[in-house]
Design a protein around this ligand. Structure first.
Ligand code: PGA
Length: 245
């Protein structure tokens, strides 16, 4: 399975900055041994998709509503993301879980909505620092997986320890290996043989200097990159560190 290097731009990217990242990605993406994805803010999805049309770089959203349309002021549906040119959507990012009170049940409903709209969902899970210090990281992540993934799930999972996001800190390779192994076993328990086909991304302070080590860890199927995805050269540097598969 090819590794997936996904960029989460979060709430960054006015028109000029978005085009300034997307253009070099379009030009630099040829011949990479991994799949590339960028998830700009809603307002830039259509313009970034136009810039990347015909290139191997896919476009995704960062969140979606559970409904296809309706009286939901300020929300964006998965069908709208697809209509704007997205083929993926991130759901259940820890910033949504923490800042918007998103529960596993809501994340599962969003995942189902994404699939219904033809998008590939990237479902995020990960423990807080306090949960890891208390030795509860597998219990927490196991609960998020069983609560957030619908039956028949065939998308992507991203393991992002909350304490590693935007902090410059990363787990050890041994800790990443242990958690990704745990997630793989949980996926197979939950989904049967199909659980083997789900890519498990690592996210949290991935940058060009640590990407090769993290991407070489067993069961790491790619990376979900925040800060470093806002610089095309850094993002491509991470992509060049991907393991060909
Ligand atoms: P970071 O963010 O790479 O800036 O740590 C990762 C994420 O939140 O997906």
């Amino acid at each position: 399975m090819r590794q997936l290097i996904a960029g989460n731009w979060k709430m960054y990217g006015l028109t000029e900055q978005a085009a300034g990242i997307a253009g070099p990605l379009r030009d630099g993406a040829a011949g990479l041994s991994c799949d590339l994805l960028v998830c700009p803010p809603f307002t830039q999805i259509a313009s970034v998709a136009r810039i990347l049309a015909g290139s191997p770089v896919a476009v995704g959203g960062q969140d979606c509503h559970v409904a296809t349309q309706g009286a939901h002021t300020g929300d964006i549906s998965a069908a709208m993301l697809a209509d704007a040119g997205a083929s993926y959507v991130i759901v259940g990012h820890s910033e949504r879980r923490q800042n918007h009170g998103e529960t596993d049940a809501l994340v599962r409903a969003k995942t189902e909505a994404a699939v219904a709209a033809g998008l590939t969902p990237i479902v995020c899970v990960g423990e807080t620092e306090a949960e890891r210090v208390a030795g509860r990281e597998t219990e927490v992540v196991g609960g998020q997986l069983s609560g957030s993934l619908p039956a028949g799930f065939a998308g992507v999972v991203a393991y992002e320890p909350v304490w590693a996001i935007g902090t410059g800190r990363t787990p050890t390779e041994a800790d990443v290996a242990a958690m990704h192994g745990f997630i793989r076993a949980a996926l197979v328990r939950q989904l049967g043989a199909a659980g083997q086909g789900v890519s498990i991304l690592y996210g949290g302070s991935v940058k060009p200097s640590n990407a090769a080590a993290l991407l070489a860890v067993p069961e790491v199927g790619g990376a979900l990159v925040g800060g470093a995805s806002l610089n095309a050269e850094d993002f491509l540097g991470i992509a060049r560190a991907a393991v060909a598969g």
